[in-house]
Design a protein around this ligand. Structure first.
Ligand code: NDP
Length: 272
């Protein structure tokens, strides 16, 4: 694995926390030159420093992916620093928890801005370099991008939109050697549920899940690298996800009820 990623230039959005942080650390361990992007400069700086202190090569650029100019700047500065881009991981993400009937529509706009438009902006400016390097374009998605997740309309919609976008980029560039992968972790122990937006647009502040029983970000990060190494198309990391992809074509109503039951059983579920 180490040889494949050695000296590769890898940009990871949402690198200040959770899956993004674990992913940049994993690439750095494998000899890649990593570019960290997110809004929290102090967190990015601390992570980049710890990578550089342990012999890796990391730079960071404060980036709000919902801002096109920031994404353009991220790609330009990555090129100024390293002269090439081999891998772009569109990982920055935001979730929500509210029934659609109650939710303020600004919540859906915000989720589309970060999860969908953030992916579009970064991809737009990185694509010529990824094609040049015959590199990998990755979207960190969710089972919510394969089947509607109740209480998460904006989240599911943004991940479905990301899928449609990335699949089309894959087909447009079939002859150019570009690899495009969508990876869907299961519930992973990160900050995502604390920052998830509730009906009025404020942060949920707590997790309705037992975080200790969830997948670790390090486990997800290892699969990101494995998926890229094998130039996988889609990577679903849970049996639930794999069964969803299979059964939604054969018995979609049963999958609907399974999803409803799972999400309505969460503490303080917004589903009535
Ligand atoms: P975290 O909340 O721990 O990390 C989210 C990251 O996204 C942070 O680094 C945050 O940094 C960044 N981010 C949020 N908004 C913006 C923005 N506007 N511009 C730039 N960066 C932003 O969550 P996860 O690690 O769990 O989430 C990573 C990805 O994994 C997401 O796309 C999520 O949908 C996906 N996922 C997560 C699952 C889970 O259960 N945890 C399950 C399936 C998929 P900052 O605040 O500094 O900007």
């Amino acid at each position: 694995m180490k040889q494949i990623f050695k000296d590769k230039v890898v940009i990871v959005t949402g690198a200040s926390s959770g899956i993004g942080e674990a992913t940049v650390r994993q690439f750095a361990l494998n000899g890649s030159r990593v570019v960290l992007a997110a809004r929290s400069e102090s967190k990015l700086s601390a992570i980049a420093k710890s990578i550089n202190d342990s012999g890796g090569e990391a730079v960071f650029f404060k980036t709000d992916v919902s801002d096109e100019a920031d994404c353009k700047m991220l790609i330009q500065k990555s090129i100024e620093n390293f002269g090439r881009i081999d891998i772009l991981i569109n990982n920055a993400g935001l979730s929500m928890r509210a029934a659609f009937i109650d939710v303020d529509l600004t919540v859906l706009h915000r989720l589309m801005d970060v999860n969908f438009w953030g992916t579009v902006y970064c991809t737009k400016y990185a694509l010529p370099y990824l094609i040049e390097s015959k590199g990998s374009l990755v979207g960190v998605s969710s089972v919510a991008g394969f089947h509607g997740l109740p209480g998460r309309t904006g989240y599911s919609a943004s991940k479905f939109a990301m899928h449609g976008f990335l699949e089309t980029i894959r087909i447009e560039n079939l002859r150019k050697g570009l690899h495009v992968m969508i990876i869907a972790p299961g519930f992973t122990s990160t900050e995502i549920r604390k920052h998830a937006l509730i009906a009025n647009g404020s942060e949920q502040g707590e997790s309705p899940r037992n975080e200790q029983t969830l997948m670790s970000p390090e486990f997800v990060a290892k699969w990101v690298l494995k998926g890229i190494r094998k130039r996988k198309r889609n990577k679903l990391l849970t049996w639930d996800g794999k069964l969803t992809a299979l059964f939604q074509r054969i018995i979609p109503d049963v999958v609907d009820w399974a999803y409803y039951r799972e999400m309505s059983n969460e503490p303080k579920s917004p589903l009535k």
